[in-house]
Design a protein around this ligand. Structure first.
Ligand code: AFP
Length: 344
C-alpha cells in the first residue's frame, strides 16, 4: 500500500535484508554483512552531499587530474575519502583500491587487516555532476588471496567470476543501492525522511523483451565494422522487427540501471578515437566486472565482444575493456557481428 516493497506488504530495511541473507549461510561470521552496512552508510553520506551539491559549494572541479587523466571533481574527492575512511579501520579489509588512485590503498599499520579487498569507483559519471544528472558509486568485494599481512596487488587483481559481492549506488531522482552476493539482485531506495534504504526491488530479473539500446553514437565514426553493423541491426536496418529506441546518459550506473530494469543492451566498444586506449574507456575492475556479476545474477550477460567479462583475469588495476552488457541474446548478437566482421 505504501509502495515500499512487493514482499507481502512488509517494510524491509537493508540491514534486515542483509541479516536475513546471512542466515542462509550458517558459516558466515557477519563480516560481509558489516561491510555492506558500511557501504550503505557511505551511500547515504554521498547522497546527502550530492543532493546539496550547489548549496554545499562542492560542485565543480579541483585543479588536479586523476590516474585516468580526468579532472578531479570536488564531489569525487569527497566520495573517495568517505568510502576509504569508513573501511580503513574496521579490521575487515586487507586493502582497498579506488579508481581515483594509481596504486592500491593499504590499510594503515595501526589498524588490523581483514579477509576482504574492496575495489570501488567512488563517483562514476562525474563529468555530469554540474548538470544535475544521475551519477553513481560502484563497488566490488573479493576474498583476499594472500594469507596474512598487508593486502597485495594480486589480492585486487581477480577475475569477476571470484566476486563475493558487487553493487552500486545510484544518485538520481531518488538514491538507490543495488547489490548481489551471488544469490539474486536486490534493490533498495533511500527514504530521505528516515535515512533508511528500504527494499523496493526484490530479486531483479532483466526483462526478456529488450526495450532500449544505449551507446554513445557520437563515436560511431571510430567504431569497427562489426560494432557499426550490430548497431544498424538494432536500428532495424536488417529487419523491421528489431527496431529499438536508444537512450544514453553518459553515466554508466544510470545507463546500466535502466538497462537492468527495462531490458536491452548498453555498450561502450573499443574505438579508434584515442590511441592511448584501444580497448575503450571503461575499467575492467572498477566498472565492467562488478556490473557483469550483477547482470549475470539478474539473468543477463556481459562480454568484451569476444569473451565473458567475468572470465577475464585483470593484468593491472586500471585496465580498460570494451563492454557489451544486457539481455543475453543481444550481447551474443554483438559477439556474432564482431566475430564476423572484425579482425582479431
Ligand atoms: P566521467 O566519470 O568522466 O563522467 O566518465 C563517465 C564514464 O566513465 C561512464 O560513466 C560513462 O558510461 C562513460 O564514461 C561515458 O563516456 P562518453 O562521454 O565517452 O560517452
Amino acid at each position: 500500500m505504501f509502495g515500499y516493497t512487493q514482499e507481502h506488504g512488509k517494510i524491509i530495511t537493508i540491514e534486515r535484508h542483509i541479516l536475513e541473507e546471512q542466515s542462509f549461510h550458517p558459516e558466515a561470521t557477519g563480516t560481509l554483512t558489516s561491510i555492506l552496512y558500511d557501504l550503505a552508510l557511505a551511500g547515504k553520506f554521498i547522497s546527502s552531499n550530492t543532493s546539496r551539491g550547489g548549496l554545499a559549494k562542492i560542485l565543480g572541479s579541483t585543479d588536479e587530474f586523476n590516474i585516468q587523466g580526468e579532472r578531479v571533481m570536488k564531489l569525487d574527492r569527497l566520495a573517495d575519502e568517505t568510502i576509504y575512511r569508513l573501511n580503513d579501520h574496521t579490521g575487515r579489509m586487507a586493502a582497498l583500491a579506488s579508481e581515483e588512485h594509481a596504486e592500491i590503498l593499504p590499510i594503515p599499520e595501526k589498524y588490523p587487516r581483514g579477509r576482504y579487498v574492496l575495489l570501488y569507483d567512488p563517483l562514476d559519471g562525474s563529468s555530469n555532476i554540474d548538470f544535475n544528472t544521475s551519477i553513481g558509486t560502484i563497488f566490488a568485494i573479493y576474498r583476499r588471496k594472500s594469507e596474512n599481512g598487508p593486502g597485495t596487488l594480486e589480492d585486487c587483481l581477480q577475475p569477476g567470476r571470484d566476486l563475493v559481492v558487487a553493487g552500486y549506488m545510484l544518485y538520481s531522482a531518488s538514491t538507490m543501492l543495488v547489490y548481489t552476493t551471488g544469490s539474486g539482485v536486490h534493490g533498495f531506495t533511500l527514504d530521505p525522511g528516515i535515512g533508511e534504504f528500504l527494499l523496493t526491488h526484490n530479486d531483479i530479473r532483466i526483462p526478456d523483451t529488450p526495450r532500449y539500446y544505449s551507446v554513445n553514437q557520437g563515436h560511431e565514426h571510430y567504431w569497427s565494422e562489426g560494432v557499426r553493423r550490430f548497431t544498424h541491426y538494432l536500428q532495424g536496418f536488417d529487419s523491421e522487427d528489431s527496431t529499438m529506441s536508444m537512450r544514453y546518459i553518459g553515466s554508466l550506473v544510470g545507463d546500466f540501471h535502466r538497462t537492468l530494469l527495462s531490458g536491452g543492451i548498453f555498450y561502450y566498444p573499443a574505438d579508434r578515437q584515442d590511441r592511448s586506449r584501444p580497448h575503450g574507456k571503461l575499467r575492467l575492475a572498477y566498472e565492467a566486472a562488478p556490473l557483469a556479476f550483477i547482470m549475470e545474477q539478474a539473468g543477463g550477460y556481459a562480454s568484451d565482444g569476444q569473451q565473458n567479462i567475468l572470465d577475464i583475469q585483470p593484468q593491472s588495476l586500471h585496465q580498460r575493456t570494451p563492454l557489451f552488457i544486457g539481455n543475453r541474446e543481444l550481447v551474443q548478437k554483438a559477439e556474432e557481428f564482431i566475430q564476423r566482421h572484425d579482425e582479431t
